[in-house]
Design a protein around this ligand. Structure first.
Ligand code: MN
Length: 213
């Protein structure tokens, strides 16, 4: 992903708004990208405009170092830098249905089988976690000390702040699914499994393992 430094701008989606149909609808994608993500970008830029030293930090560094900042700046950066990073990561983690065999690939596939027993077992456990998020947040597959782990984060908190390396995420804020799935988060999670970009996940997994070495 490009545009890692201030000033941030809204990169176009890597596919059309309607590309994830019938699993995720066009209006949701348009509002989610053009309004929700745009708002985080605007707020982050507005905050950083007053702090030239923070403008030197990359998006990832901002998230990783937010805890050093005084309040309320800390919360502001956590929410808005997190909101930009998490949404970009989520959008790039999806691909139009039918463009792949929609299963984990090579190294990640092997590791999922090794650690969870099977893809079906992984899927069940990921679904459970995504359902368990109370209020707004995300479920993630991350690497923690070389091991795969499923975690959830509240609001726009990012695994980067806990030194975890993200592989895959689902946004379970209601704005991510309410127009199509109403309150049925389970149906949304099922649909999301059809549009996971496993190629991107494999790439992220290799990058996480490489960063450890
Ligand atoms: Mn969102």
């Amino acid at each position: 992903m490009t545009n890692n430094y201030y000033p941030f701008f809204n990169l176009p989606l890597p596919y059309d708004y309607s590309a994830l149909l019938p699993f995720i609808d066009e209006k949701t994608m348009e509002l989610h990208h053009d309004r929700h993500l745009q708002t985080y970008i605007n707020n982050l830029n507005a905050t950083l405009a007053d702090y030239p030293q923070l403008q030197e930090l990359s998006l990832v560094q901002l998230i990783q170092n937010a805890y050093r900042l005084p309040e309320p700046l800390q919360t502001n950066i956590r929410n808005n830098a997190g909101g930009v990073y998490n949404h970009r990561f989520f959008f790039h983690g999806m691909i139009p249905p039918g463009s792949s065999d929609n299963l984990p690939q090579r190294n990640l596939a092997q590791e999922i089988d090794r650690q969870f027993g099977s893809f079906a077992a992984f899927r069940e456990s990921f679904q459970k976690s995504a359902l368990s998020v109370f209020g707004s947040g995300y479920a993630w597959l991350v690497v923690c000390r070389g091991q795969l782990m499923i975690i959830t984060t509240a609001n726009q908190n990012s695994p980067l702040a806990q030194n975890l390396c993200p592989i895959l995420t689902i946004d379970v804020w209601e704005h991510a699914y309410y127009l199509k799935h109403y309150n049925l988060r389970t149906d949304y999670i099922d649909d999301w499994f059809h549009v996971i970009n496993w190629q991107a996940a494999e790439k992220n997994y290799l990058a996480c393992m490489h960063a450890r070495a």
